[in-house]
Design a protein around this ligand. Structure first.
Ligand code: G3I
Ligand code: 9MR
Ligand code: ZN
Length: 536
C-alpha cells in the first residue's frame, strides 16, 4: 500500500493530511459514486528517515464535507476508505473503554456483554507471598494487565490515572453506556470500570499500608483461556513505587468519587493515607527484581521520587491539608522529567493534578513550573513531528517496545497544554498523532483492532490465541513498531536494516511488537474524550 491515511477518518474541521509514497497528484473520491470531490497536487517531502519512504503529502484540510471517501493517485494507487465527519471518535471512545471489560479477572465474562468472547471465572485462588508462602491472601479481581494474566500495581495505577483524569476533565463525554454489567446504575461506565480495578487494588495493600508490586504466576501462563490457567499465584514483594502509586491513585479516586459514592471515596482516601504513611516511613527506594527463573513482567524502576510527588499532590488536593505541600515541593525538586504519564515516569500526573485544581489548592509556583515545562516540551515535540514525513512526534531512536504509548502520551501532552492555552496548533498536533495510530504510518496498519480497513488483528493476547486467533475483540491498541525487537519471532523476521517505523508485524507471537495492555488503551480513553469534547 502506498497511500497511508487515518483509516477511521478525519473531523471536518482541523488538519487533514495523507501520505503518498508515489505520484504527483491525487483525487479524493466519494465512496459509492466514485465522484471526485476534491483534488490536489502532492507536496514532496523527500526521503523520510524513520520510514525510509519518499514522502509526498496531500493536505486536504480545507475540504470539510462529511461523507465516506478514498484516495487515488496518478501513480495508480488507491487508498482504504475513510470518513470525514463530526463525532468521529464517538464509537472508538466507547470501544477503547469496553476493552477493559474484556480484561476483567476474577469473574466470568457473560455472553450478554462479551458475546463470543465470553469465558468462565478465572484466577480466584488465594495468592501466596513469594517470600513467605505460608501467608496467603485473596487478591482476586482487577484487569489482566495485557496479553498475559499478570496484575501489576504500577501498570494499574497508570491506566487508572489516564482514565480518572479523563473523567475529571471531560465528565460529559462519559454519559453514554458502554454495555457492561453495571451499565444503567446511575454512574458513568468509565467509573464503573475503574471501580472494578480499584476494588482489586485495595486488596493489594498490606496491613502496614505498603502495597505488593504485582500478583502473577512464577512464569507466564500457556496460551490458554484464563479460567484454564491454574498456575499458583504469587504476591511479589512490596515496592516504594507501587505504594506511592497506590496512594496517588486512591487519593485521586477519593476526589473523583466524592459526590458519587461518599463511602467509597472515604475508603479510598483512608487507604491512600495509610500507603502515604508507610511511604514516608520508608524513604529509601525499594524494588525487588524478579528472582531467577521468573519471567513475568518486572515493571522495574530506578526512582520513586516522581511517584511520591504525585501522591503528595493528590493527597493535598483530596484533603486540602497543607501538610502535604512541603513533601510535594521536596519530591518535585528531585524530578527532572515533568511531562511523562507512563508507568515508570509519572511526574506528568502532577501536572494533570494541577490542571484539575480548580480551587487553587496547590502552590502557585508548581502550576507555573508545569505549564512552562508542558509548553517547552510541546515545542520540542512539534519540531520532532515536523522532522518526520508522517508528522508523528517520535524520534528515530524512540521506536521501542510500546512506541504507540509514547505517541499517545505526547498527544496527551499536546491536549493538556491546549486545555490551558487554547491554541489550534495543539489540537492539530493531537489529530496528527491519532492519524499515526490509526493508519497514517509506514507500516500501513491501524493500531486499534476493529478500527480501519487494515487494522491489526493478531494481538499477542492469550484469550485471542486460545480461541484460535481468528476473531478479535474490538478497541485494543497494539504496542506498535519497535526497532529493538526482543521476542524470538520478531528478532528472526525483522531484518537488521528495517527503518524503525516499519519494524512492526501483525503476528501474535511477536509480543515485543504486537501485545496489548491496559496502559496502551487508557491514553486513548483520554484522547478520544478530549477530541470529542473540543470538536467544532
Ligand atoms: O528507554 C530505553 C531506551 O533508552 C533504549 O534505547 C531502548 C533500547 O532497547 O530501550 C528503552 O527501554 C525499553 C522500555 O520498554 C521503554 O520503551 C526497553 O528496552 C524495553 O525492554 C521495555 O519494554 C517493556 C517490557 O514490558 C519489558 O520489560 C515495556 O515498556 C512494557 O510495556 C512491557 O510490559 C509488559 C509487562 O512486562 C508484562 N505484561 C505485558 C506488558 C506489555 O507488553
Ligand atoms: O507472553 C508474555 C507477554 O505477555 C509478556 O509481555 C512478555 C514479557 O513479560 O513475556 C511473554 O512471555 C514470553 C516469555 O517472556 C518468554 N518465553 C516466551 C513467552 C511467550 O511466548
Ligand atoms: Zn484472570
Amino acid at each position: 500500500m502506498a497511500i497511508q491515511i487515518n483509516q477511521v477518518g478525519y473531523y471536518p474541521k482541523g488538519k487533514k493530511t495523507a501520505v503518498f509514497t508515489a505520484g504527483t497528484a491525487y483525487e479524493l473520491c466519494e465512496t459509492g459514486t466514485d465522484q471526485v470531490a476534491w483534488k490536489g497536487t502532492l507536496a514532496d517531502r523527500g526521503l523520510d528517515a524513520a520510514s525510509g519512504d519518499q514522502v509526498r503529502i496531500a493536505d486536504f484540510t480545507d475540504f470539510d464535507r462529511e461523507g465516506s471517501y478514498y484516495f487515488k493517485s496518478d501513480a495508480g494507487e488507491v487508498s482504504c476508505h475513510f470518513e470525514i465527519r463530526r463525532e468521529l471518535y464517538r464509537d472508538l471512545k466507547k470501544e477503547v473503554l469496553k476493552a477493559f471489560y474484556y480484561q476483567r479477572c476474577g469473574c466470568g465474562l457473560s455472553a450478554r456483554y462479551a458475546g463470543e468472547f465470553a469465558h468462565a471465572c478465572c484466577h480466584t485462588a488465594p495468592a501466596a507471598e513469594l517470600e513467605h508462602p505460608e501467608v496467603k491472601k485473596d487478591v482476586s479481581g482487577g484487569w489482566h494487565d495485557a496479553g498475559d494474566y499478570g496484575r501489576y500495581t504500577t501498570a494499574a495505577a497508570t491506566a487508572l490515572a489516564h482514565m480518572l483524569y479523563a473523567y475529571l476533565f471531560f465528565p460529559q463525554e462519559w454519559e453514554e453506556p458502554v454495555d457492561i454489567p453495571e451499565s444503567g446504575n446511575g454512574v458513568a461506565d468509565l467509573l464503573n470500570e475503574c471501580r472494578y480495578e480499584l476494588e482489586w487494588l485495595f486488596k493489594m495493600q498490606k496491613e502496614d499500608g505498603s502495597v505488593y508490586h504485582k500478583v502473577t504466576s512464577f512464569n507466564h501462563a500457556n496460551f490458554v483461556m484464563p479460567e484454564e490457567d491454574k498456575r499458583d499465584l504469587y504476591l511479589f514483594p512490596v515496592s516504594t513505587v507501587a505504594t506511592a502509586d497506590f496512594a496517588a491513585v486512591m487519593a485521586l479516586s477519593a476526589r473523583v468519587f466524592e459526590k458519587i459514592d461518599a463511602s467509597f471515596a472515604g475508603r479510598a482516601l483512608q487507604a491512600a493515607q495509610k500507603a502515604w504513611e508507610w511511604s514516608e516511613h520508608h524513604p529509601d527506594f525499594l524494588f525487588v527484581s524478579n528472582p531467577k527463573g521468573c519471567n513475568t513482567g518486572e515493571y522495574d524502576d530506578t526512582c520513586d521520587t516522581d511517584e511520591r510527588a504525585w501522591a503528595a499532590a493528590e493527597l493535598l488536593l483530596a484533603t486540602g491539608d497543607q501538610a502535604y505541600a512541603q513533601p510535594l515541593a521536596k519530591y518535585l525538586a528531585g524530578v527532572s522529567e515533568l511531562t511523562v504519564f507512563g508507568w515508570s515516569e509519572m511526574a506528568g500526573f502532577v501536572g494533570l493534578a494541577v490542571l484539575s485544581d480548580t480551587k487553587q489548592i496547590l502552590p502557585e509556583e508548581t502550576g507555573k513550573r508545569f505549564l512552562h515545562e508542558f509548553e517547552a516540551k510541546c515545542a520540542d515535540y512539534e519540531q520532532l513531528a515536523d522532522a518526520c514525513g508522517y508528522e508523528v512526534a517520535l524520534g528515530e531512536d524512540e521506536y521501542t517496545w510500546g512506541s504507540n504509548m509514547t505517541v499517545a502520551m505526547r498527544a496527551m501532552l499536546f491536549a493538556v497544554t491546549d486545555m490551558r492555552k487554547g491554541e489550534e496548533k495543539y489540537r492539530n498536533r493531537i489529530l496528527s498523532q491519532m492519524d499515526y495510530l490509526l493508519g497514517k504510518n509506514a507500516a500501513g496498519y491501524s493500531y486499534v483492532t476493529g478500527y480501519g480497513e487494515h487494522a491489526f488483528s493478531h494481538p499477542h493476547n492469550r484469550p485471542t490465541v486460545a480461541m484460535g486467533d481468528k476473531k478479535v475483540m474490538k478497541g485494543f491498541v497494539s504496542g506498535g513498531a519497535n526497532s529493538h525487537p526482543c521476542d524470538e519471532k520478531a528478532e528472526w523476521l525483522i531484518l537488521p536494516d528495517t527503518p524503525p517505523m516499519k519494524c512492526y508485524l501483525d503476528i501474535w507471537e511477536c509480543y515485543s511488537l504486537n501485545e496489548i495492555t491496559i496502559y496502551w488503551n487508557s491514553p486513548l480513553v483520554f484522547l478520544t474524550a478530549y477530541l470529542e469534547h473540543t470538536q467544532e
